[in-house]
Design a protein around this ligand. Structure first.
Ligand code: HEM
Length: 525
C-alpha cells in the first residue's frame, strides 16, 4: 500500500463487483466443465458482463449524432441592454445582476454519425440546458443564424437529402443539391455554410444562435418576440476546406479534444449572451416575416442587447451518461419565456421529446443529466421501462398517483401568471408565409463579404456542384444569379454554365418572385 498514489482509495475499496454487489473473484475465465470443456449457463457474472456489453449502445441521434458536452454557468446582468430585464421577461434567471444559473451545453455537428469528423462543412449544434430555479430551460441552437427551411414538415426531406444515400450510403452532392435547387429559401443558409465561416476551427471559437423566434413575457403578461445570440469572447476562428482536410486526415475528434483540454487546463471559454427584441405582431413594414427562420433580424434595426455571460468550466465524467443521454428540446421553457408561432419551432417542439422517448427511453428525464436540478419535481407519472424513482413531494400520500384527490395527493399550482399575446384568427390552412423574399438576405450576406471570402464561397460551392448532374447544376446557378450576378457567374464559370444557358429556366412551379426578383430574371436573358 505504500506505493499507492496519494488520494487513491484503499485497495479494498477498488474490489470489482457485479451490479448485485457480489465481489468478482475471477474476471479472466468463464465457468467451463474442465479447462477445455463446454461453458455452463449459470455463470451469472459472465452473462451480466456480456449481455450488458451487447446493449452498450443506444440509437445515435437521428441528427447531431456527434457531439460533446460540458458544464458551466450563466451569469445575468439583470438587464436587457440598458433596461431592467423585468421590462421584457419575468424569467427569474435574468432578473438580478450577478445571478448565476448552472448549465450543461452540448456542441455537435449535424449530419455525420456518432464517430464522424468534427471539421465537416456542416452547421454546428449549440444546445444549452439551463438548470434554473423554475425548472429546466433548453435553448437548442446552431452556430449559423438561419436555417435551410421555414416549415417543420420539410425537415425529414432536407435531412434525408443531406444524409447518406439510402443505397450507396455515401453523402451525395447530387441528392443535396437536387433538394436545395427546389428549395429557394435554402439559398441564404447555403451562402453561410459554404462561406469561410462554414467550418468552425473549434467549438470554442464559434457563435451560437437560437435561430427560431421565441417570446418573452413580463409580469403584466405583455409579450415581445425574441432572438438569442451568443458571441465567443475567444473570438471566431474557422478553417478553409484545405485546412479542414488536413485536420481530418489525422483526427476526427479535434473539436471535442480542443474543448476538453481547454477546460482541463483551466482556460474556461466564455460567451456573451444577447437578445434581439421586436414588438409582438406581424410587422407588415418588413419585407420578410419575423417568424421566418431563413431570415436574420438586421442588427441596425433590432440591436443586440446584452443579458449575461456564459462560462464553461467543468468536463463530463462519463461520455455516455452525460453526452449520449442528455436530452434537450425546444419545448423546455420556463415561466417568462414562450414559443412564437414560428412554424419550425412547433414541429421541433414535438420532435425532440418524441425522439428522446424512443432514443433514450420513457424515463429519460429521471437521468441525472436531464433532471431539473434547480427545481422541485413532483409528478404523477408512473412506471415505464427503467423507472427508478417516484416523483413524490415531501409528505405526499404515496397511494395517490392521480389528481384531484382529497387524500393528500399533488395539487395544481396556482393559475398561470398573465400571458396576453396578440389574438390570432384565421382559417385552417396549409400555406406558406407570404413574405418569402428568398434571395434578398443571401444577397446582403454576399455583398458584405470581402473578395477572398466570395472566392472561397464560389470555390467551395463549385467543387461540390461539380459532382452533380447538369439539370441540378443549372438550377443552382439560376438561383445564385437571382441572388447576385457575381455569385451566379462565378459558380457558373466553374461548371461551364453561362447566364444565357439558364435564362430560359424561369421560376420554379409555384415560386413567387418579388418585383426585384422579376427585374433580375429579365436581365438574365
Ligand atoms: C437535434 C429535430 C431544426 C438544432 C435534433 C434531434 C431531432 C431534431 C429529432 C435529435 C434529438 C435527440 O435525439 O436528442 C429537428 C426538427 C427540426 C429541427 C424536426 C425542424 C423542424 C433544428 C434547427 C436547429 C436545430 C432549426 C437550430 C436552431 C438542433 C441541435 C440538436 C438537434 C443543436 C442537438 C441537441 C443535442 O445536442 O442533444 N433535432 N430539428 N434543429 N437539433 Fe434539431
Amino acid at each position: 500500500m505504500a506505493d499507492e498514489p496519494k488520494g487513491t482509495p484503499a485497495e479494498t475499496d477498488r474490489i470489482l463487483t457485479n451490479r448485485q454487489g457480489h465481489p468478482i473473484t475471477n474476471n479472466q475465465s468463464q465457468r467451463t466443465v474442465g479447462s477445455r470443456g463446454p461453458a455452463t449457463l449459470e455463470n451469472y457474472h459472465f452473462l451480466e458482463k456480456i449481455t450488458h456489453f451487447d446493449r452498450e449502445r443506444i440509437p445515435e441521434r437521428v441528427v447531431h449524432a456527434r457531439g460533446f458536452v460540458c458544464y458551466g454557468e450563466f451569469e445575468a446582468t439583470g438587464k436587457i441592454g440598458d433596461e431592467p430585464a423585468s421590462k421584457y421577461t419575468r424569467a427569474k434567471l435574468f432578473q438580478e445582476a450577478g445571478k448565476k444559473t448552472p448549465l450543461a451545453i452540448r456542441f455537435s455537428t449535424v449530419i455525420g454519425g456518432r464517430d464522424s469528423s468534427e471539421v465537416a462543412r456542416d452547421p454546428r449544434g449549440f444546445a444549452v440546458k439551463f438548470y434554473t430555479e423554475d425548472g429546466n430551460w433548453d435553448l437548442v441552437g446552431n452556430n449559423l443564424a438561419v436555417f435551410f427551411i421555414r416549415d417543420a414538415i420539410k425537415f425529414p426531406d432536407v435531412i434525408h437529402s443531406l444524409k447518406p444515400d439510402p443505397v450507396t450510403f455515401r453523402q451525395e452532392p447530387n441528392r443535396i443539391f437536387d433538394f436545395m435547387s427546389q428549395t429557394p429559401e435554402s439559398m441564404h443558409m447555403l451562402t453561410h455554410l459554404f462561406s469561410p465561416r462554414g467550418i468552425p476551427a473549434s467549438y470554442r471559437h464559434m457563435e451560437g444562435f437560437g435561430v427560431n423566434t421565441y417570446k418573452m413575457v413580463n409580469a403584466q403578461g405583455d409579450t415581445v418576440l425574441v432572438k438569442y445570440h451568443f458571441h465567443p469572447r475567444q473570438g471566431i476562428a474557422s478553417l478553409t476546406q484545405a485546412e479542414a482536410e488536413k485536420v481530418q486526415g489525422k483526427d476526427f475528434g479535434s473539436a471535442s479534444k480542443d474543448l476538453f483540454t481547454a477546460i482541463e487546463r483551466g482556460d474556461y471559454p466564455q460567451w456573451d449572451m444577447f437578445v434581439q427584441i421586436m414588438e409582438d405582431h406581424e410587422h407588415p413594414e418588413l419585407d420578410w416575416d419575423p417568424l421566418d427562420d431563413t431570415k436574420i433580424w438586421p442588427e441596425k434595426d433590432f440591436p443586440l442587447r446584452h443579458v449575461g455571460t456564459m462560462t464553461l468550466n467543468r468536463n463530463v465524467e462519463d461520455f455516455f451518461n452525460e453526452n449520449e443521454q442528455i436530452a434537450m428540446g425546444t419545448g423546455v421553457l420556463v415561466d417568462g419565456l414562450d414559443f412564437s408561432d414560428d412554424k419550425m419551432l412547433v414541429g421541433r417542439t414535438f420532435s425532440y421529446s418524441d425522439t428522446q422517448r424512443y432514443r433514450v427511453g420513457t424515463n429519460y428525464l429521471q437521468l441525472p443529466v436531464n433532471q431539473a436540478k434547480g427545481a422541485k419535481v413532483a409528478t404523477n407519472l408512473s412506471g415505464g421501462q427503467m423507472s427508478y424513482q417516484r416523483d413524490l413531494a415531501p409528505g405526499q400520500n404515496p397511494h395517490v398517483n392521480y389528481e384531484p384527490s382529497i387524500h393528500n395527493g399533488l395539487r395544481e399550482s396556482p393559475r398561470d401568471q398573465p400571458n396576453n399575446p396578440p389574438e390570432i384568427t384565421g382559417r385552417l390552412t396549409r400555406s406558406v408565409l407570404e413574405r418569402r423574399n428568398d434571395y434578398v438576405q443571401a444577397r446582403g450576406r454576399f455583398c458584405t463579404m470581402m473578395d477572398w471570402e466570395r472566392e472561397d464561397l464560389i470555390a467551395n460551392m463549385g467543387d461540390l456542384l461539380m459532382e452533380c448532374e447538369r439539370d441540378v447544376q443549372e438550377r443552382m446557378v439560376w438561383h445564385f444569379l437571382m441572388v447576385h450576378d457575381a455569385y451566379g457567374t462565378g459558380v457558373g464559370e466553374k461548371l461551364g454554365i453561362s447566364p444565357a444557358d439558364v435564362a430560359q429556366l424561369g421560376p420554379l412551379p409555384g415560386q413567387v418572385l418579388t418585383d426585384d426578383d422579376q427585374r433580375r430574371l429579365q436581365n438574365l436573358g
